[in-house]
Structures are given as structure tokens and as C-alpha cells.
Write a protein that binds this ligand. Structure first.
Ligand code: PEP
Ligand code: MN
Length: 248
């Protein structure tokens, strides 16, 4: 198993490291255009952003849904970026796959086997996050479910595991990154959902890269403290330059 190429961008050891960045959630049309411009200006290749958000509480912002997909697609196209966005439900697979260059399976759905197969069946490249309590063997099993469904291009994303620690969000498994990368699977690092705090995003990103990640997915927001989700871990757009530099 070698690398994965999406829109001419290579995810593989030794290739230039790929930057995916954007808000946790797409909150509006103007904001996603402003973010896309900043991501493109920093050398990013993909715009991330959730139209459908998996939230712990049903009272929290759940994402805008279908309109957000269209805004994100237009913003990415306007700036020469690809789109990576999460699908939460089998019911939305075709809609999301129609708007995304890479369909994201979130950590909470990493062992939702029916969803994995349905996403695999679209033939779209997939970004498979690791579940917060998944072993490497279980992660490989999820890849097999995607492939059994029909997926050819699968990129893994390490975003940390839940532990007893409360001062950061999820413990990044650098050993897990190293093992998956050594097996030839393209793996990227998500330092945002691991750190859970803006001041630790860059060091955690560097650790993931040192372990063998071929890229990173990072949350950014024009006004992080006003973000509707994950503001504490979101970097301001002005930090994109240092993120890009850390990747190089
Ligand atoms: C996300 O990327 O927006 C997200 C919800 O991440 P995770 O599935 O890793 O929690
Ligand atoms: Mn988030």
C-alpha cells in the first residue's frame, strides 16, 4: 500500500507535507470564504470544516448542514483548495460525497461499520479519524470495512485517545502514528482535537510530524473566542503561517 493522491496532492512519506485547515464548523458563507483565502495564502491544499457536527449535547450547535456544504465547495473552488468534511449519517453520504474531495469519518463513527461501507461505496477518498478508544488493530479493521465497501484511497488521522488527563483533550499516540506510517499507510495528525488548547497545537503538530505524519489537519477561525464550536483549540488565521512553517 503506497500513498494516496487527491487532486494532485500526494499523501505519502517523503512527499511535501499536506496542510488541511479550516474552522471546526462552517458558521456562515462569508466566514468560510475568508478562511479559504487565508488557508490558500499559507500554502494549504484542503479546506476543512464541518457542515454536520457530532456534539456531545443536542443543545449545542449541530452545524448548518447542506447549505454549509455548498458554501464550503464554492469557497474552496474560488481559492483552488480541496474540501474535506465529515459525514455523520448514512442518509447524508451522497450529499456529502458530492461536495467533498475527501469524506471525513469522525472519531465517534470510526467503528460505525454501516457508515464505513456506505462511504466506501462512493469511491471517494476517505479521511478516517481514529476513535478515542480504538486500538491500532481496530483502526486497521475500520480501513478494511472502507475497502470492503469500495474505497481505494484511505488517509488515516490520529487525533488522540482519551485518558485520565484533564489538562488537555486527547493524548496523541505518536507510537501509533509511527507504526501506521511504517506499514505504508498515509497518516496525518490532528493536533487541534488532541491538544484541545490553542497554545499547544504547534508542539503537538511537530510531534506528529516527527513520528511520521505526512500532513496535518488544523482548526482555525477568524475570531476563535467567538467560535460556535471548539474555539479553545482554534488558532487565529494569523497563525497559519507558523503552522505551514512547522509542516515544512
Ligand atoms: C472534527 O474534525 O471536527 C471532529 C469532530 O473531530 P473528531 O472526530 O476527531 O473529534
Ligand atoms: Mn472540532
Amino acid at each position: 500500500m503506497g500513498g494516496v493522491i487527491v487532486r494532485g496532492v500526494t499523501f505519502a512519506a517523503g512527499a511535501p507535507r499536506v496542510l488541511m485547515a479550516g474552522p471546526c464548523a462552517v458558521e456562515g458563507e462569508e466566514m468560510i470564504h475568508a478562511i479559504a483565502a487565508a488557508v490558500a495564502a499559507s500554502g494549504g491544499a484542503f479546506l476543512r470544516g464541518g457542515a454536520y457536527k457530532p456534539r456531545t449535547s443536542p443543545r449545542d450547535f449541530q452545524g448548518i448542514g447542506a447549505p454549509a456544504l455548498a458554501w464550503m465547495r464554492a469557497a474552496a473552488d474560488a481559492h483552488g483548495l480541496g474540501v474535506v468534511t465529515e459525514v455523520l449519517s448514512e442518509a447524508d453520504v451522497d450529499l456529502v460525497a458530492g461536495a467533498a474531495d475527501i469524506v471525513q469519518i469522525g472519531s465517534r463513527n470510526a467503528q460505525n461499520f454501516a457508515l464505513l461501507r456506505a462511504v466506501g461505496a462512493t469511491g471517494r477518498p476517505v479521511l478516517l479519524k481514529r476513535g478515542a478508544a480504538m486500538t491500532l488493530r481496530e483502526w486497521r479493521g475500520a480501513v478494511e470495512h472502507l475497502r470492503a465497501g469500495g474505497a481505494r484511497d484511505v488517509i488515516l488521522c490520529e487525533r488522540g485517545s482519551r485518558t485520565y488527563e484533564t489538562e488537555y483533550r486527547n493524548a496523541l499516540d505518536v507510537c501509533g502514528i509511527a507504526i501506521m506510517a511504517a506499514e505504508g499507510l498515509p497518516v496525518i495528525v490532528d493536533p487541534s482535537h488532541s491538544a484541545g488548547r490553542r497554545d499547544m497545537v504547534l508542539p503537538v503538530l511537530r510531534a506528529g510530524i516527527a513520528a511520521g505524519a505526512c500532513g496535518a489537519i488544523v482548526e482555525v477561525h477568524p475570531a476563535p473566542d467567538a467560535a460556535l464550536s471548539d474555539g479553545a483549540q482554534s488558532l487565529p488565521l494569523s497563525a497559519l503561517a507558523s503552522v505551514a512553517e512547522a509542516l515544512r
